[in-house]
Design a protein around this ligand. Structure first.
Ligand SMILES: [Zn+2]
Ligand SMILES: [Zn+2]
Ligand SMILES: [Zn+2]
Length: 245
């Protein structure tokens, strides 16, 4: 997977292609430049960066009202990057674990492993537990875990559309290639690690359809039953435009 400096993404406000390391600075100017003054009073908004803890080529920049809850943020992360079969999830902030117990498939993991941290509910507002500069983590699925690293980049007073979470920028799909022909890869063979990537034709030719998973632009690609967001409007499979980067 490409390194930190070689990862590129797209600003969803102006459409520009940006190196990962330049996104924070870009958004500090682009967000105010695209501000639409809404009705009512401006609200306190946090700018968050989210990335795969062990797969930093996958990243998002979000704007979220400080009055939103960790549960709202968890819902969004599941919807855009994580949800496969309703696993458990938790944020860890300053050594406190904020858990969401879905009561589903792997509730047993908690009983087996327990938690070294004090446990709290995700029904807490962001401004009660976070401030600018804070780094924290998110885990989805305690069995085949996807870990995310988050940072509060900045805060401002502004207008959030209907008080929702706003996607500001995200990475282009990493340039995975077929190991046989070098064309853009479409599937991963996940029965061996590291995963092997193939175009559909060569994946089927080498392995049959057992163990092949579709490639999707998420740090959960190839894990458990993950095949991308249920909400198609959150799916983003664009690759870096030719000539950029
Ligand atoms: Zn922009
Ligand atoms: Zn699953
Ligand atoms: Zn191929």
């Amino acid at each position: 997977m490409s390194s930190r400096t070689l990862s590129y993404g797209k600003c969803f406000l102006c459409g520009e292609t940006l190196a990962k390391s330049a996104v924070g600075r870009h958004l500090a100017k682009c967000v105010p430049a695209h501000e639409k003054v809404g009705r009512g009073r401006p609200a306190r908004l946090f700018h968050l960066r989210v990335e795969g803890r062990y797969a930093p080529a996958y990243w998002l920049h979000l704007e979220i009202p400080a009055s939103a809850t960790l549960l709202d943020l968890d819902d969004f992360l599941r919807a855009i990057w994580l949800e496969c079969c309703d696993h458990l999830s938790a944020f860890t902030i300053r050594n406190v674990r904020y858990e969401r117990d879905t009561g589903m498939v792997d509730a047993m993991w908690k009983d087996i492993f327990g938690s070294p941290w004090p446990i709290a509910s995700m029904k807490v507002k962001l401004h009660q537990v976070l401030s600018v500069g804070d780094r924290f983590t998110h885990e989805y699925d305690y069995g085949t875990t996807t870990e995310l690293q988050l940072k509060v980049i900045s805060e401002r007073m502004g207008f959030a559309p209907k008080g929702e979470i706003r996607l500001l920028a995200r990475n282009y799909a990493p340039d995975l290639r077929c190991e046989v022909c070098g064309r853009p890869a479409e599937v991963l063979y996940v029965f061996e690690y590291p995963y092997e990537s193939y175009c559909e034709e060569h994946g089927l030719e080498k392995h049959g359809d057992e163990g092949l998973m579709p490639i999707v632009n998420s740090p959960r690609v190839g894990v458990c039953g993950y095949t991308g967001p249920f909400d198609e409007s959150l799916r983003f499979e664009e690759r870096i435009p030719v000539g950029k980067g």
